[in-house]
Design a protein around this ligand. Sequence first.
Ligand code: EPU
Length: 421
Amino acid sequence: MIYKIENVPKLEGKIAIGGSKNAALSIVVGAILCKDIVILKNIPDITDIHDLIEILNYIHCRVTYQNFTLTIDARQIEYKDLRIQQIKKLRASYYFMGAFLSLFEKVEIYKPGGCNFGKRPIDIHLNGFEKMGAIINETENDVCMTCPNHLKSQQITLSFPSVGATINLILASILIKKTTVLRNVATEPEIVDFVQFLKAMGANIDGEGTKTIIIRKIKQLHGCSYTIMPDRIECGTYLIYGAALAKKLTLTNIISRQVRSLLSIFIEMGVDIDIKQDQITIYETKHLKPVKIVTGPFPSFPTDLQQIICPLLLKADGQSMIIDTIYSKRISHIEELKKLNANVKIVDNCMLISKSNDLKGNIVTCNDLRGGAGMLLACLMAKGKSYLMNTQWIERGYQNIIHNLKLLGASIERCDENEIL
Ligand code: EPU
């Protein structure tokens, strides 16, 4: 999929942020643990969710999706070998490991797909499952696990607060008839939302949002209706677009404290911004100061926003620096930015970004979801026309992005290859 993008003077208007992609992905898989009907509201209309629905259909869950509401009935769920292509399409498919261990005490599954920015091991997930009694047979492509002596409750300390491993181990523990304690867990808002959802189904869990989570035994889970939290990364993305290109942009349906690390960077840069609890307005700022950004686990600056803020830093009066401590190889956007005449380089593990007044449109490519969102911003900033290739990456995680940007006054259309040649 290709977007044709033209530089426009200034964006202006209002956007309501949708439901959180990463919270929704874990919650949708969590719903299959319940032998009852679960209604999930504010589910974003993105390809990652549609890919997940295909997997749910494959394991005989009944699913309907309408008006951002997903209804899941897992009463007829069946054990299936999950070495199917759909698993490779997205990262969050690894949540079927924890969920299947919980339900069937076994799983045969391909390793997950998702954005490619270097190695993305799942050793912390597997070490946790092993500690709980799983016998693991792992190859380069797949993982097979069985629990000959049943899943056991444990006290597990994660070697790093991985978001995925935290959720996967909660999924595996939830139906065990004794108490499980997970230490050094991730504290991201998506984890809190996931646990809140499990609690709405009757789970007995404490400590979400802190470094220790305790999962106590329950008789069974029951159906519920739950509304997914707003997407803090989508919110951060449009805030950055606003800081780079807007005369005035208001974002609604957000939780401001969840983007605090980005707002601190904006304040350091001198961005003109008006922050309310559930709404932020960003105004045109003439002079931006350079900054140093180091990504880290929540509440530090999120890795998911570093590729997107990169083009904004091209407007700052001096040299900025980004160090991604979570994914040091999440840098595919740098070579693409150079094609637009951006003054960016990589020295050791640092991305150095300098003022670039003369960005020019070109044909550039998305190599992953957030890198794609960053390149889309850079194309909007560049003079003249740009063609952005492989934009299916962007649509894995941003609903209605073309529609939203057009409402703000951007010139952006889908086009086909013939138009470029
Ligand atoms: N890690 C390991 N071993 C593991 C798991 C993780 O070494 O078993 C390392 C990773 O290589 C990385 C760090 O730990 O260096 C953090 O990884 P984490 O497990 O927290 O990431 P994830 O769960 O695979 C989720 C989001 C990502 C987001 C990261 C970090 C989902 C589906 N994905 O991935 O979101 O970047 O947390 O916050 O929730 C995105 O939305 O674009 C995206 C990539």
